[in-house]
Structures are given as C-alpha cells and as structure tokens.
Ligand binder design. Structure first.
Ligand code: AMP
Ligand code: MG
Length: 410
C-alpha cells in the first residue's frame, strides 16, 4: 500500500472493521468443568435429558393426595432426597418428604411442614385448600430434553457453568485462548524493581496490558522489554509473530528517529493502517503476518495504549474466541461538567453514576493527558466525545462505552 494511503487517518469505526475482518477463529479444545470458568463455549449445549428427571418436592413436608379432606393422616414413611422408597400414598395417608426427594406414587402435592402438626404416629394437616401439583417440581420444569441450554459463544460464568454441570455436558468444548506476546519498546524503560537512572522511566505498559489481556480471556505466552535497536527488535518480532496469535508492542510508533516499529512492520508484515482519528491513540499501527498473526503497534503513552487496547484489541480477542458479544455496552449519558472541543474523536475517562432521577451522568476523572494513567482510576466509562469547534456544556449528552456497571447516586 502507498505510504500516503497508510498514513490516512482512519475513523475508529473503520479501523475496528478492518481489524475484525482480519480475525481468524481459534481452534476448539475440550476442558474439564473445573477449568471452564470464564472460557467461551464453542458449541451449543443441548440437554440430552429432562431436568429434573423425576417429579420432586420443592419443600420439606408431607406428600399428600391434594383432594384428601381429612385432617388426620397416617404417616407411611420418610422419603429422603437421593433414594426411591416403594410407598404408595392414598386418601388418609401421607409420606414425610424432603426437598429434592422424588414424589411417591399416588401423591400429587406437598404440604409444607409448617402447615402441619405431628400427633404420635399421625400428622394433622392444617392447610385447608391443597392444590394439585403444589410444591412439586415437574419433570423437565427447569430444562427440557432437546432444549438449547446455552448457545455457542456464551462466556461461562457461575450460572452458565452450573447449567453445563447440571445437564452433564462434559468435557466442555471451549475456544482455545489467544496466545499473546507483549513487547514494551524503548531504551528509557527499566524494570519496575530496578533503580531509575537519569532520563529513565519504569515500564508500566507491559503490566497493565498483561492485566487487560487476562481479563479479556487471552493467554499471555510471552512478555518483555526490547531496546530501540533495529536488529534485536526485528529478531524478537519475527520470533514472537511465529509463536503468537496476537503480538502487541507499545512505543516506537511516533515520528521520532528511534521509532522503529513502523518501519519494521512495513518490512515484515502487511500493514493495514497506522493512524486513527482518535484521541488518545492516534499512532496505532495494525498489521497482519502471512501466517495470520495480528500485530498491534500501540502508542507508548500509557493511557493511549490502554484506550487502544479497549477499542480495538479486546473486541478482536473476543471475536477470535467466537464470543457472542464482543463489545462493551454503549449508552447515552449526560455530562456533569463541560469539556473543551477536540479535533479528533476523544475517548475521555469518566465515572458514570445513576443520579437520583435515574439518569446516567458522567463525571470526568480529571486531566485527560495521555501520560496520566490516574485518569483511568475510578473510571467505569470511556466517553466518546465527537470533534467540533465549540465546547461541550454541562448537561449535554454523549455516548459512553461502559467498562463496568454505573455507580449509584453519590
Ligand atoms: P513512544 O511512543 O515510544 O514515543 O513513547 C511515548 C511516551 O510513552 C514516552 O514518554 C515514553 O517514555 C512512554 N512510554 C513508552 N513505553 C512505555 C512503557 N512501556 N511504560 C510506560 N511509559 C512508556
Ligand atoms: Mg519510544
């Protein structure tokens, strides 16, 4: 592609489309239930049997004939969960029954123990009108045989995993995790545990990206630092691209003399774009290798790196795993305070609350400088502030990408 076309600033929506068009679905693997939490289901889970498989009591009490009007009943025995007694209930008789136990023959309702009174070898039923089917879970009332319990693409949280277990769909077919390498570039970077010399800073991007990757379901197979040296950076990139589904670099994509990622990607990969009409995050390089590895050259500023991750890499990872929903929820919010105009789509970090009237209101997290990681602290949203020439006034509405649930009123 011609350099001019590569340097065209692409709209974030277009950039996202380009990224998603390059995504290839990952392979499926079978895992044990204990390893399936937060993985992405790769096949529909279809129930092969009814659940519950037998009519069961939903209360501790007495299995009765609903139409039986006599208060005094003979107690034939005790039916516990997990066993099946050979007892038949008829008028004048009951069986003591526990929650989850199968209904004995002849009984068509359960009277709760609180509505009864024991009397030697009998029981007095105090409840007057007993409805047929009362306090009974019928066969298949939770899940019907043949029903799609969970569609492929579902993320397996607690309830989903419990359902997979309940219908016995084991081992669980899930998407493999994307293998991701994270490379921090810059001669100024030192390990956070090392002393910081003149002109040096600690590498923070690697660690925030590793955390963001693990929350997105990826597997970080390599992470490390690389100097601003074309020969070693080139060798490292070739190795990581061969070993990874996704390679993420940070730094080295601006206009500096030692911004080596841009020329190296130009040499080693097919570059799709390298500038996005977004603030922060303008110098984002996106490329693919002949083997299908996605390469993201993130800007070095810590906020730019994380905003670019959120906007482009997280959806790509979820798409690779076949997630049914790859995006965060996007809602309309009112601005609590005004904000100056910007010449690009600005992704501002903000705290979204539900005000006492039930409206979503966004408060800024303070200075939005792309080096100020603290602007992410307490942020549960990225506001999508469209470019224009006049400032935004308090009360104006903008879109917000929710990174977490809105907070309650202050
Ligand atoms: P660059 O994109 O390499 O020009 O870097 C832009 C800014 O981000 C510079 O101030 C770098 O020092 C800073 N930066 C680059 N990489 C990192 C990193 N891994 N952790 C923290 N800051 C970084
Ligand atoms: Mg640099």
């Amino acid at each position: 592609m011609a350099a001019a076309e590569l340097d065209r600033m692409v709209h974030p929506d277009e950039a996202r489309r380009i990224v998603l068009s390059q995504v290839r679905r990952l392979a499926v693997e079978q895992v044990a239930l204990g390893d399936a939490a937060w993985r992405v289901l790769a096949e529909d889970v279809v129930a092969t049997e009814d659940h519950p498989p037998f009519p069961a009591a939903t209360m501790d009490g007495y299995a009765v004939v609903a139409s039986d009007a006599s208060p005094w009943r003979e107690v034939l025995g005790e039916q516990m969960a997990g066993q099946v007694l050979d007892l038949e209930v008829s008028e004048g008789a009951v069986v003591r029954i526990m929650t989850g136990a199968p209904m004995p023959r002849g009984a068509d309702a359960v009277v709760r123990v609180e509505a009864t009174e024991p009397a030697e070898d009998h029981v007095v039923i105090l409840q007057e009108d007993v409805a047929t089917g009362e306090n009974i879970r019928t066969v298949g009332s939770d899940v019907r045989r043949g029903e799609v319990v969970l569609p492929a693409g579902t993320v397996l949280g607690p309830a989903e995993l419990g359902l997979v277990a309940a219908v016995g769909f084991v081992p669980v077919p899930v998407s493999t995790r994307p293998r991701v390498s994270v490379v921090s570039t810059g001669d100024e970077l030192v390990e956070p545990g090392e002393p910081v010399g003149p002109g040096q800073i600690r590498d923070s991007n690697r660690f925030s990206l590793v955390a963001a990757l693990s929350a997105a379901g990826a597997s970080v197979t390599w992470s490390g630092k690389a100097p601003d040296n074309a020969v070693s950076l080139r060798a490292l990139l070739i190795e990581r691209m061969a070993e990874s589904d996704v390679v993420i670099t940070s730094g080295g994509v601006s206009m500096g003399d030692l911004d080596l990622i841009k020329p190296l990607l130009g040499d080693l990969t097919k570059v799709h774009f390298r500038r996005v009409f977004m603030k922060p995050g303008k110098p984002l390089n996106f490329a693919t290798t002949a083997g299908g590895t996605l390469v993201f050259g993130l800007p070095g500023n810590p906020v730019s790196a994380l905003v670019s991750f959120e906007t482009f890499i997280r959806p790509a990872l979820r798409s690779m795993m076949g997630c049914a929903s790859i995006d965060r929820p996007r809602v309309s919010v009112a601005l609590a305070q005004g904000t100056p105009p910007s010449d690009r789509i600005e992704m501002q970090r903000a705290t979204v609350r539900v005000d006492p009237e039930g409206q979503l209101v966004a408060t800024t997290t303070g200075s939005q400088a792309s080096s100020r990681l603290a602007s992410f602290l307490g942020a549960n949203a990225l506001l999508v502030v469209a470019p224009r020439e006049t400032p935004y006034e308090p009360g104006e509405r903008v879109d917000a990408v929710l990174l977490g649930p809105p907070l309650g009123p202050e």
